[in-house]
Each structure stands twice: as C-alpha cells, then as structure tokens.
Design a protein around this ligand. Structure first.
Ligand code: NA7
Length: 531
C-alpha cells in the first residue's frame, strides 16, 4: 500500500490549496516544499518592490466564504510580504502544517507500473510512495541567470531577484547594475534608485508599463464589496481572465480616434493592466488596433521622461502591447529623470563580459559594486522538467517534451498515469488570475480522484489522441491573436535553445472551465480509466 494517497510537489498557492482540498475529501496527503517556508513564488521573490499585478480582492482564495470575510488586505495591489502573511494565515487557519514538509526538494518521481504507484524521491535521499502525484510546482519557479563570461570573477555581490537574500541587501550608496526590464526589473529599479549612488539599467528590450495607482483599501469600500463577494467570485470564475472586467465590448477600430484616447486615458488614470488592455475587443487580435494602444502608451512615456532621446529608447516598438506580460509601475519611467539613474542600451551594444570591478558592453565599461539579475524564468516547463519525472516504461517527462510541452487540458500528459499538473502548459495559467485557475484545477483533480474511487477505478491517464487534439487547439487559438508576434517567455523565446511553442491556453478561463466540466461529466472523456 502506498504511503499516502497524494504526493503534492510544492507549497505555493497551488500546493497549499491542494493539501486542504484533498484532505477535506478524505485523502491522505503529503506536500514537499523546497523552501524553508510556504508560499512558492511569493516565498522566493522577496526583492524590494515585489508586488502582485492582480488586485488583492481578486488574488485570493475563494474556496472559503469565512476566510474571505475574515481576511483584510491593506492595499489594492498586495506587496510580497502581505501575500506571504496571507498564505501563512491560510495554513494556520486550516491546520495544514502537519502535512507540509519544508526544506525538502523533490528530485525525482517514477511511476511503478507493477504497484500502480508513484515513487517520489527527495533531496534528503528519502523515498515515499503515493497513488497520485500532483505537481504544484509553479509556472515561474525555475529562474534563469544568463551565462555571462567572467561573472564568477565579479568582486561584489550579485543576485537573481528570485533568490534575493531573505535578510535583505543594503545597496545604500552603492553603484548597482540591473539587467532585465520585465515586470520584475521595472518593480525593483525604483527601489534601488532610491538608495543607490548610481543605478545602471541594462535594457535589451524596452517594455510597456501601465500605472498601478496603488492605494490603501478603504474600510467602507471593503465592507460594501465583501457583501457581494460570493457573486463576484462566480463572475470571476466565468470571466475570460479570472477577473470580472468591464471593457467597452467594442472594437477600437470602429471607434472615433478622440473617443479612444478619452477612454484609454480614463483607464490609464484608474490604473491596472487588465482593465486597460481589456478596453477594446480587438487590441489583442488585430495589430492595427494594438498599434493605437501602443502609441498611446508611448505618448505617456514621452510625457514622463524629460529627455526626448531617453524617452525614445524607453519606448517599446519590438512587439505588440500585451503580447509580453504588461508591466505595472507608478514610478518606473519618471525614475529616469533622477541624476543617479542611467539607461544602458544593450540591444545596440550587447554585454561583453563581467570583470571584478564591473561590467563591460561592446561600447563601454561600467564600474559596479553590486549586480542584480531580473532576467526571468524558464517559465511553465522549467519547474516540471527539472524534476526527473518518469512515466510508463521509464520515459522522462523532459524527453517527452523535448520539442515542447504536450498536455491534455494542461492538467495531464499521456504516458504519465495518475500524475496531474496544476496550471500546467496548455491551461490558462499565467494568462489568467492564477488563484482562480489554481482553485479550478485542484478541484477538478480532487473530483477526478473521487470519481475513480466511486466507480472502482484506480488509474487515470490522458489518451495521446486527446492530447494531440488539445495541443492543436491551444496553438490554433494562440495564432488567432497577436501573442505569437512577441519573443516572450509565453513562447519560450527567453531561454536559449527552448522550443518555440506557445504554452498558455488563450481560450479564456470561463470557456476552459466549461470544457473541463464537460470532460468530467462525460466520464473523463479523453482519459483511459482502468484498474
Ligand atoms: P521577464 O518578463 O522574462 O523579463 C526578463 C528581463 O530580462 C527582460 O527584460 C529580458 O530582456 C531580460 N533578459 C533576459 N535574459 C537576458 C540576457 N541574457 N541579457 C540581457 N537581458 C536579458 O521576467 P520577470 O521576472 O521580469 O517577469 C516574469 C513574470 O513574473 C512576469 O511576467 C509576471 O507574470 C511576474 P528581453 O525582453 O528578453 O530582451
């Protein structure tokens, strides 16, 4: 008999809820977490300025009406320490600690066909068996540091933002180099610029960013909002992004130019990426509509940055707005007006090497005391394939996915019985409010395991034909949008040698949920159930 019913890998938003949901369904569970605390992405990304770009009222669990009434967020967009406090509160409140093993990295998971169970190996050398293996490893967990010649010789400290020292890092009066201008770089830069004597921002690709207009939550507003939380959650679950939004419902190309400008400005003033991009129905599917919004955003950069040449260098032109994750910041562009901040264009003069005292590009040298990498992640697949997961016949997941990830519904993959992924590639995942998508996946997996028990089955496995059809659908939907036009981490373009496959599902959270429900209602159509 297996040690537990379900082994859960990871204790971030997904793993924490998986432990609670499976236990509530009467299953025995053990979660393994590499970190010394729970929280996953929110545990590791403790760099200054780390903040969620989805509003706190949305980026929180909906499974417990009591929890959502009891908990009060302090800000519209929660900062990393507050998200972490929330997750620890959830673990306390639902008594989850005994089932979560910290400081334990899962190194391998092998399907034992003879015993119909997973053998999970951890970095302490131990092995545990489980009937089901649920990989709740997060989409943005495998961080990447580019291999720069000479980095090992650098005399000062250097960190990737997702491995920021937990005790903090005092950059006061230092000359700091920052590589990367994605969501993370844009959040951390103003924080560093506030204390450093000099900040050099090494920019390869200029990025779009909208204001947060972050603010404290008004208790009056909170009371009124919470009175309708249940119906709001339902709307979120049925929405496109996992957040109820009010777009105009009209295409920009059918709207008079001044009206578009007025409407975009209203949304710009209100803050937030989702309502801004969601203003018109054609922005993410029609390049001409997209160009109107992109130009509006470049106008805002020209307003914020005093030096017109600098403003031009900061103006994104390489990809459609929204096709890479839209960044959010209230002070990034204006930061470049500070005398201690320098933008270094490494598109035209690439980084050549690091030396003990700094960094050299093909055009100049920069003396640095510290170096910060906000260079992103081997997103969506890296955290899965870095574990030695082996299915039927000892086939490795990394081998099966050598030409790109293949899943059925983003929750299972053929050849790996009784293994589930939470928000895996092929599900809405990072193109949705992650918490809504996580809850949906965990509940679907819980119900699937329950169904097997009720009908006398013990094994569930995706059919290759269902997987092929689903992957074709994911690709088709992606290619009806502007998303594939960007060299983004959604398509694996940020990792040298990674196959170019569009990974998240763009069909929308609501329609995706309906499809998953239909599959379940049809007795898990597309899966083989056996004993
Ligand atoms: P991102 O969005 O992948 O951004 C990484 C940044 O680092 C981006 O500006 C990259 O430039 C830059 N980068 C990556 N590799 C290099 C090398 N080798 N040289 C120079 N510059 C490089 O990661 P984030 O952490 O900011 O955000 C990830 C997600 O977390 C975000 O979307 C939110 O969902 C939360 P590039 O654009 O590739 O030219």
């Amino acid at each position: 008999m297996a040690d537990v019913d379900v082994a859960v890998v990871g204790a971030g938003f997904a793993g924490i809820y998986a432990v609670h949901a499976f236990r509530s369904a009467g299953l025995t569970v053990r979660a393994f977490e590499a970190g010394s605390g729970i929280g996953g992405t929110w545990f590791w990304n403790c760099y200054p300025g780390a903040r969620c770009d989805v509003e706190s009222k949305d980026y929180s669990y909906s499974f417990s009406p009591e929890l959502e009434q009891e908990w009060s967020w302090s800000e519209r967009y929660p900062a990393q320490p507050e998200v972490l406090r929330y997750l620890n509160h959830v673990a306390d409140r639902f008594g989850l600690w005994p089932f979560i093993q910290l400081n334990t990295r899962v190194t391998g998971a092998t399907w034992d066909s003879a015993r119909s169970e997973w053998v999970v190996t951890t970095d302490d050398g131990a092995q545990r068996t489980a009937r089901f293996c649920v990989l709740a490893v997060g989409c943005l967990s495998a961080y990447q540091v580019p291999s720069l010649p000479g980095l090992e010789s650098f005399a000062g400290p250097w960190y990737h933002t997702s491995r920021w020292p937990r005790a903090g890092m005092d950059l006061t009066g230092q000359r700091v180099g920052l590589i990367g201008t994605g969501s993370t770089g844009i959040q951390v830069a103003p924080e560093i610029a506030g204390v450093a004597s000099q900040l050099y921002v090494f920019q390869r690709t200029a990025n779009f960013s909208v204001p947060n207009r972050n603010r404290a939550i008004d208790p009056e507003w909170e009371r009124a909002f919470k009175a309708n939380y249940r119906s709001y959650r339902k709307q979120a679950q049925e929405s496109f992004l996992g957040v109820p939004l009010t777009g105009t419902g009209r295409p920009a190309l059918a709207e008079p130019a001044e009206q578009i400008q007025r409407n975009l400005m209203e949304r710009w003033q209100a803050g937030g990426g989702m309502p801004f991009l969601g203003a018109y129905t054609d922005v993410l599917v029609d390049r001409a509509a997209n160009d109107i919004v992109a130009e509006f955003m470049r106008d805002r950069i020209r307003e914020a940055v005093d030096d017109p040449q600098l403003a031009e260098l900061l103006s994104p032109r390489a990809f459609p707005v929204g096709a890479k994750r839209l960044c959010q910041s209230d002070d990034y562009f204006a930061m470049f007006n500070q005398p201690n901040v320098t933008l270094v264009d490494i598109r035209t003069a690439p980084i050549d090497s690091v030396y003990p005292g700094g960094l050299r590009t093909s055009a100049a040298s920069y003396e640095l005391d510290a170096l910060v990498f906000a260079t992103g992640f081997d997103a969506l697949t890296g955290s899965l394939t870095r574990i030695d997961v082996r299915g039927t016949g000892g086939v490795a997941l990394a081998e099966k996915w050598a030409a790109g990830p293949r899943t059925y519904l983003g929750v299972a993959t053929a050849g790996f019985p009784n293994m589930f992924m939470v928000t895996g590639p092929g599900s809405p995942s990072v193109l949705s409010n992650m918490v809504v998508s996580i809850e949906q996946h965990v509940e679907w997996i819980r119900d699937c395991v329950g169904y097997l028990g009720s009908y006398g089955f013990s094994i569930v496995e995706a059919k290759p034909s269902a997987e092929d059809a689903w992957m074709a659908h994911v690709t088709e939907v992606a290619h009806s949008t502007v998303f594939p036009l960007a060299d983004s981490w959604y398509i694996g373009a940020n990792i040298p040698g990674k196959p170019r496959v569009f990974m998240p599902y763009l069909g929308g959270v609501g329609p995706y949920r309906s499809r998953c429900d239909e599959v379940a209602a049809a007795g898990y159509e597309g899966f083989v159930l056996s004993v």
